[in-house]
Design a protein around this ligand. Sequence first.
Ligand code: IVH
Length: 747
Amino acid sequence: MDAKPVDQMNEAEARAELARLAAALAQANTAYHALDAPEISDAEYDALKRRNAAVEAAFPALKRSDSPSDQVGAGPAEGFGKITHAVPMLSLENAFEDGDVADFDDRVRRYLNHDGPLSYTAEPKIDGLSLSLRYEGGALVQAATRGDGEVGENVTENARTIADIPQHLTGAPEVLEVRGEVYMSHADFAALNDRQAAKGDKTFANPRNAAAGSLRQLDATITAARPLRFFAYAWGALSDPLATTQSGAIARLNALGFQTNPLTVLCSSPAEMLAHYRRIEAQRATLGYDIDGVVYKVDDLALQARLGFRSTTPRWAIAHKFPAELAWTTLLGIDIQVGRTGALSPVARLAPVTVGGVVVSNATLHNEDYIAGRDSSGAPIRGGKDIRVGDWVQVYRAGDVIPKIADVDLTRRNNDAQAFVFPDICPECQSPAVREEGDSVRRCTGGLICPAQAVERLRHFVSRGAFDIEGLGIKQVEMFFKDTDLPVKTPADIFTLAARDAANPLKKLKNRDGFGETSVAKLFAAIEARRSIPLDRLIFALGIRHAGEAAAADLARHYGSWAALTQALDLARPAALAHRAADAAVEAERAAARTENRRARLTELRKPLLDAAPEAARAAWTDLVGTDGIGPVLALSLSDAFANPVERAEIDRLAAQLTILPPPRRQTEGSPIAGKTLVFTGTLEKMSRAEAKARAEALGAKVAGSVSAKTDLLIAGPGAGSKARDAARLGIEVIDEDAWLALAAQG
Ligand code: IVH
């Protein structure tokens, strides 16, 4: 049907057309965002939106209260409420080789300082999606997906339709959060796809996608019609412990009415864990559902509690993955992408091929050495075979990681295939792309003049752990980056957006396609809300190389304020340069093969260079590199970013827009060491260094690597040397391990 030109419409026609467009756009949104099954192309979608805007412009009085122009593309599954998990839903560290299992056991023992018997559970890793079920007084009150681990989607109504999930429990703790995996069996998956195909509906690529698509349905009757199952394997918040062991807790969940995996066993050594891994692997094909590895967990829950968590994974568990799946295909081309820190990353464009149930058409090629088949020291990779466009290559995929190229079949290489020439200018901004000594990555030197780096930095800036501004996702920053009326080229520009919009009465954002009064007001309010930002988020958001979330948190804790951090970096600069000069001198000597013992020589060379720097610079630098979690690599990277005039101007411009909040005080009531700076030295016998550090931080203390005037307490075990002497000289209190254990027990 040809649409009637807007200028020939009467009011009734316009009203009907707006209703038709609202319905069509709503349906397209649902299909795209909630059902993961787009029904129309992006171009068709845009055309509908444009037509809607045109009709509204001609008949402003008829604009609907649910006008599609007020919606900035529905966010993912906007229909689900959000649930903040009482206890975060974490992921698992991965192991790929047999040796990793013994390493895991070693690490656990070292952390606990334990060499007696130690049991682990071993069970299949189910390839589905995790779900947290909350029971209060025995009644199922809430079900939430994992989401980002902190906040998930409320899928309670859908979970109620799953037969394996009990609605009521008898004899359960008052509050009980049961966690486990929702999955679909192979037989149910095949039958579902047959039904979908018969109806002409979209089929699913694999059981995992089918399970995810079925659980995340806004209409619970659709979920009910999909045969989902559930295995319980963990728990979140609890009013009373389930048992004293992992295996006991799982048995208890089973007794309460949950399905638990029958292949769960207790092992008392890495050898037994590996034997069970082999047994499960042998049964993998006949289980009737997808698994992608074996999970090992420390059985004793008191030990689990002592081991605790790193930022996103527990120390007491590991997932031993099955080997990656492989497939052969043709390499169609090599593209170069430029990242946030200027890294030139080669990406393989592949003839699409199915690997482990997923169609793969891109793979990472890491860096130029990887393509050339030699690492930076000249040692062969893949037996020294290089990768050329047109080659027949083997692709592999392990879990959710980006596919990689494992091998090249040289017998099928064309005679005229050319070795790949890695560019030495940035494909985005034509600045020179250089490799620093010892770095396998070539980087664009354009900095902020490189549009690719600028966009990537903005994308990072608005990402989850950074500013995470609602309504200003990756798509929107890319759009504003290109905008001529309201450009956002750097993070600071985000915070001047509203003022610039207000100053331009002729070209208001609210009059644009895809925007409207409400959505613009919402966007500006969300930006305003983020003008106050915690220090650690700001540091992370700057996107400085090596400064990840954990390091940003360490820096924020150590310096406590933006002013203190910037002052320290400015002050330390001469010492940072001296440090770098020493590194460079040693590298030069090494290249000339004049130095044997690099470390000793480095110390030797560094001393006079550092001594030449002002005393205050040395102190600030020592304090920075001595901060727990911050090494010289990150310290130099930070120092460089803050000393680069262009970057610094941008950082200052941004900071001037913000209210920077100090890191929150940890909940440390009754802690005798809250706010204190501790240093550990010598051997601890009852607790590992790592556990002691985690415990001290949980009690609100800072742990430093070296003794200074700022140190409050030195915990010295046997063998303590120079640090104990420094402490004595500075009059700092020194205690032994027993006194430390008594202190640590008080929090
Ligand atoms: S334990 C604190 N056990 O794997 C971590 N997870 O890669 C608790 N998974 O997010 C998880 N089978 O969705 C655990 N037997 C199993 C599992 C399992 C599958 C999933 C889970 C987790 C992911 C981590």
